[in-house]
Design a protein around this ligand. Structure first.
Ligand code: NDP
Length: 247
């Protein structure tokens, strides 16, 4: 019997990077995985095939989770098709980095809508069924930037810090109901988001990390599985950052 056999998991932004590793990590432990994507259908379907090859069920469902109505349709379809959601990993996220002086209202709202309001959108629809079954694991992928701040990242840092406050508050409201709500705060992880940085910036970041390397997406997947198994952890941030920021 695998650790997460019988569990139904939703991973937003599961088509690439950290979300894809998390989806595979959950599938490896026996969960059925519903992989949400926005644009990367082909990549999402590849992850579905990889999970099926491990012997678990998986499907890919398109939805722009910054859109409340589209998210409602997506989560309601997941509930209708699979009967329940046990694990919700709110992973989808974007950056639109600019110094505050240059940042447009559009860049502010796009990041807040995608990285923060999306989590309200998914939880709003998924949580009632979790409370009804008295079991749920909500895991929000925040960032070290939400804790330490980031130059040119007022929008991103505000959204990621917002996730921490959101998670602690929702954890208080659901603690008696069998639903835990936690964050993971990754440091710099080797995905397209970080590979897209200019090489000199990436090198400077690596030099700042006490472990002198980027993290691997699998590390975040291991953290997600740990939180899924934990019975007594709620309202917490799991910091996976190579020692970059110590609380
Ligand atoms: P990637 O850019 O590699 O992947 C982002 C994922 O989010 C893609 O699957 C993308 O889907 C999805 N996505 C983006 N917008 C939407 C949307 N509107 N609706 C649905 N899905 C969407 O990012 P990472 O894997 O690096 O990051 C994943 C999460 O981890 C993000 O929340 C990020 O902020 C956080 N994080 C990342 C760190 C890093 O160093 N990489 C560090 C700390 C936190 P599609 O391609 O289908 O559009």
């Amino acid at each position: 019997m695998k650790k997460l056999s019988g569990k139904i998991a939703v991973v937003t932004g599961g088509s690439r990077g950290i979300g894809a590793a998390v989806a595979k990590g959950l599938g490896k432990e026996g969960a059925t995985v519903i992989i949400n994507y926005n644009h990367s259908q082909k990549e999402a379907e590849t992850i579905v095939d990889e999970i099926k090859a491990m012997g678990s069920l998986a499907v890919a469902l398109q939805a722009d989770i910054s859109d409340a109505e589209a998210t409602k349709v997506f989560i309601e379809k997941a509930l209708a098709d699979f009967g329940k959601i046990d694990i919700l990993v709110n992973n989808a996220g974007i950056t639109r980095d600019k110094t505050f002086k240059k940042m447009s209202f559009e860049e502010w709202h796009k990041v807040i809508d995608t990285n923060l309001s999306s989590v309200f959108n998914t939880c709003k629809i998924a949580l009632p069924s979790m409370l009804e079954q008295k079991y749920g694991r909500i895991i929000n992928i925040s960032s070290v930037i939400g804790q330490a701040g980031g130059f040119g990242q007022t929008n991103y840092a505000a959204a990621k810090a917002g996730l921490v406050g959101f998670s602690k508050s929702l954890a208080l409201e659901t603690a008696k109901g069998g639903v835990t709500v936690n964050c993971i705060c990754p440091g710099y992880i080797a995905t397209e988001m970080v590979k897209a940085m200019p090489e000199n910036v990436r090198e400077a970041i690596i030099a700042m990390v006490p472990m002198k390397k980027l993290g691997e997406p699998d590390e975040i997947a291991k953290g997600v599985v740990f939180i899924c198994e934990s019975e007594y952890m709620t309202g917490q941030c799991l910091n996976l950052n190579g020692g970059l920021y110590m609380l």
